[in-house]
Design a protein around this ligand. Structure first.
Ligand code: FNR
Length: 203
């Protein structure tokens, strides 16, 4: 089977972001099943509806990368109990012009990580709320509010060190690969059924 292409968006622009390190770990842990690639959001100008008909080049690049993916993984911190502004900006850019959203029907998962105890729950659910409107089937379980994540959760190369966090991230990576594969397979079967029904109707 051809590997599904997964766009990964990281909600933090920080060089040593723990969320980026977790995103990279997911890429590594799923590389035999998924073809993951990072989609950068730091160069996107603030969304301005006036630019919808003549979008700046970074908007075009961003939309094309999401459109070319089979699924989306969000790894984000929580800022002031919500989604970081840069990530929300990217979501808004991808959602327009009206009727041409690049998010539509893309299977997704949301991981939030924080040094704090709540694990970015607020940002995670704010993002889920946007995904409902954007018609993205988001993996429901396992939920991924990763709390108490610290710099020493990673080695000098940014890889997760052995321990409970690595075990949880491995489970999440497997579940996400299952999720996007199941949705892809279901869509193919439905398309085959529809084609078969059309043939029968024509006979
Ligand atoms: C934070 N941080 C934070 N943490 C949290 O659990 N809940 C929150 O609401 C906030 N709010 C917040 C606002 C702003 C502006 C900053 C800069 C930080 C702390 C945050 O979780 C911590 O800095 C993480 O390390 C950020 O994630 P990255 O950059 O390491 O991926």
């Amino acid at each position: 089977m051809t590997q599904l292409r997964i766009a990964i968006l990281v909600g933090s622009l920080r060089r040593d972001s723990i969320n980026r390190k977790i995103a990279r770990s997911i890429c590594a842990l799923t590389h035999d099943r998924l073809d993951c690639f990072m989609v950068e959001i730091g160069d996107l100008p603030l969304f301005n509806q006036d630019a919808e008909q003549n979008p700046p080049e970074p908007y075009r690049r961003f939309r094309a990368e999401i459109a070319a993916s089979d699924g989306v993984l969000f790894c984000t911190p929580e800022y002031n109990r919500g989604v970081p502004g840069g990530l929300k900006n990217a979501i808004d850019i991808g959602s327009r012009p009206y009727g041409e959203s690049v998010w539509d029907k893309k299977p997704a998962a949301i991981i939030s990580a924080s040094p704090g105890a709540i694990g970015g729950f607020g940002a995670n659910h704010q993002l889920r709320q946007a995904c409902v409107f954007l018609n993205m089937p988001v993996m429901q379980q396992p939920e991924a509010y990763l709390g108490h994540v610290k710099d020493d959760s990673f080695d000098a190369d940014g890889c997760l060190v052995d321990g409970p966090l690595r075990d949880v991230v491995m489970k999440l990576a497997d579940a996400f690969a299952d999720w996007v594969e199941i949705i892809d397979r279901s869509r193919r079967l439905l398309a085959e059924d529809a084609a078969h029904a059309a043939l029968q109707a024509a006979e």
